[in-house]
Design a protein around this ligand. Sequence first.
Ligand code: PRP
Ligand code: URA
Length: 207
Amino acid sequence: MGLTILAHPLGSHLLTQLRDKTTEPAQFRSVTRRLTLLLAAEATKSLNTNTVHKETPLEPFDGAELTPVVAVPILRAGLGMLESFVELVPDVAVGYIGLERDESTAVASSYYAKLPPNIAGKPTFVLDPMLATGGSASQAVSLVKNAGAGPITMVAIVAAPEGVDRLLTVHPDVAIVTAALDRGLNDRKYILPGLGDFGDRLYGTEP
Ligand code: PRP
Ligand code: URA
């Protein structure tokens, strides 16, 4: 449990492109997909496998097969991470949680939730690129936990210490995997240095 920070030169290279304010949405989406592949590989490191008996063209062998897992992107921005997760784990069951922070209070409110019916007891990966105050992540984890999911891993691209502290205080049993632990939050609860508003940069909706 606790916090894991991705240590990979390719991850640092890709994150630099996301932070760069001149990166346009098309490039931003592509870099998000590539960086999430690395994060997904890291986050799935301790998944269980079952032994399966198969045959190569030459002889029988004991192989490994993943047990079922669940991914839950937090709308909107978490959607940018889903495709990579599905690419790596094609049999993943997918749920969706819609949360939006109020512009002035930074408090997240829920507008949508649809979780797979058979989520109980399954390793579940909550996907959201930004872990800022931790309010959205804490709410999302509560929702999947109430549905019986577990163990739960929060996969973020950038995390603030405030968000990590809050999520691990509310949910000490959750693992967090991120590409960076940034300095902190500004007075509008944006991550510094961060990369700005992820959803707006991903979808080209910057004001
Ligand atoms: C962003 C981000 C997280 C949340 C993080 O979403 O994608 O969900 O803020 O902030 P928190 O840790 O302080 O809760 P936003 O509310 O901007 O919605 P969007 O993804 O639809 O743009
Ligand atoms: N949401 C974002 O998109 N960016 C931040 O820095 C904080 C919350």
